[in-house]
Design a protein around this ligand. Structure first.
Ligand SMILES: [Zn+2]
Length: 204
């Protein structure tokens, strides 16, 4: 089972996501990992949007297996002040992922509803890339709304799986749509896989 969202190269392989532009070079050479190029929403306000658009096209062209991310929206009090620029960068990432036919890794904190609307808009226009929602903590009903859009997948870490509503949220998501992630905590990997298996009733 590969790690569906991490910032640390590990023995299980998986999606190694950039946080800032400074990470791209290093993650592009990490052995056994799928690099994802992007700018985390926490750093959106430090980023030149036009430059990002140009560089994403360039790096995705040169790295045929790479994904896009981490991008997304964070509306928590600490980051809500930069939402405008977060939205702008999100659209740049989504556009690049669509044009290059790559998966995009999305972060959504207090923003799943807005993300759903944005993705619906792109689905209506026929410009929706493959989407992966990391640290997914929405309701099962909302997961279904995302899945209606097409090839949307989810990943969860130990924090999400330890929530009192974990079974309600995760047990009914169909096979092949929900995966484990370590994010910034590689030390949690084994417990994450075990707990997800338990909640899912014997996930392979
Ligand atoms: Zn992350």
């Amino acid at each position: 089972m590969k790690d569906y969202h991490t910032h640390h190269p590990g023995p299980h392989g998986g999606y190694l996501c950039a946080v800032t532009r400074a990470d791209w070079e290093q993650i592009s050479t990490a052995e056994g990992m799928i690099p994802c190029f992007g700018i985390h929403p926490w750093h959106a306000h430090e980023t030149d949007a036009a430059e990002l658009a140009f560089e994403l096209d360039d790096w995705l062209t040169r790295h045929a297996q790479a994904g896009v991310g981490e991008t997304g929206l964070d509306a928590s009090p600490r980051h809500a002040g930069t939402l405008e620029v977060q939205r702008l960068l999100l659209h740049i990432h989504l556009g690049a992922a669509f044009r290059h036919e790559r998966m995009v890794q999305l972060h959504g904190v207090q923003a799943w509803g807005e993300l759903l609307e944005i993705l619906r808009g792109r689905a209506r226009c026929g410009t929706l890339p493959r989407v992966h929602l990391h640290a997914w903590n929405g309701s099962h009903e909302m997961a279904r709304e995302f899945m209606l859009l097409g090839p949307v997948t989810f990943s969860v870490g130990l924090r999400e799986l330890s929530h009192s509503k974990a079974t309600e949220r995760y047990a009914r998501i169909p096979e092949g749509r929900l995966f484990p992630e370590s994010d910034d905590h590689p030390e949690n990997w084994a417990r994450t896989v075990a707990l997800l298996g338990l909640i899912r009733g014997g996930l392979k």
